[in-house]
Ligand binder design. Structure first.
Ligand SMILES: [Zn+2]
Length: 214
């Protein structure tokens, strides 16, 4: 079930106290409305009733989607936690488990898993799109502000590479990437019990390690 609590909070802008509702966990089967406010980030958005300033409080949260069978743990750090007692039974039930370090990773992961595709394939597609963007001299690596998954239709992913003043979309077929992942199963193995971060840092670390040992 979803768990929330009331927290006494002091407005960082006007210094006056009020109460906010903080969600520690969200279950999308029981509270479908909360899925939308997670995807939009509204669940972390609060407004001071005194000075009416809006601000974000991004507390750690567990997001469970029983229909699409995935659990996301939004937390910038996993320092010193043993998650196996929580994770193991879910893995047995066929859940995919991930930690998300940022709100952006979190909302993107919801989309990817609702679309029913592999987030490893998405990270590969994002990496390939970034390389293609640079190789075709569309821009310099330092100009790229984000590489985002947008959608997957008829087995083709749409990836957006953005800079401050422009953006470019890449269409990346899913099947060849899934073949690559199968062919190098050891390299792309993901241990759900550890609630791993599967993001751009992760995919870059795989390629950096490979170069280092070559
Ligand atoms: Zn205020």
């Amino acid at each position: 079930m979803s768990n929330s609590r009331e927290v006494n909070y002091t407005c960082p802008y006007c210094g006056r106290p009020f109460t906010i509702t903080v969600y520690d966990s969200v279950n999308t089967s029981e509270d479908p409305d909360l899925r939308d406010s997670c995807l939009s980030g509204d669940i972390f958005r609060h407004s001071c009733p005194h000075c009416h300033t809006d601000f974000m409080i991004q507390n750690p949260m567990v997001y469970q989607d029983p229909n699409h069978k995935f659990v996301l743990w939004l937390n910038s750090s996993d320092a010193g936690r043993d998650l196996s007692s929580f994770a193991k039974p879910l893995v047995k039930q066929g859940y995919r488990l991930r930690r998300c370090a940022t709100l952006k990773e979190f909302t993107e992961k919801i989309q990817i898993f609702e679309d029913g595709i592999s987030d490893v394939a998405v990270e590969l597609a994002k990496y390939d799109s970034f390389i293609e963007f640079i190789d075709n001299r569309r821009g310099n690596p330092e100009d790229v502000t984000s590489v985002e998954y947008q959608s997957c239709n008829d087995g083709v992913m749409k990836i957006n590479v953005r800079t401050d003043d422009k953006g470019l979309s890449f269409l990346i077929p899913l099947d060849p990437l899934m073949e690559e992942i199968r062919a190098q199963a050891d390299r792309y193995e993901v241990n759900d019990e550890e609630m791993p971060l599967i993001n751009s840092d992760w995919i870059i670390s795989l390629f950096t390690e490979a170069e280092g040992t070559a």
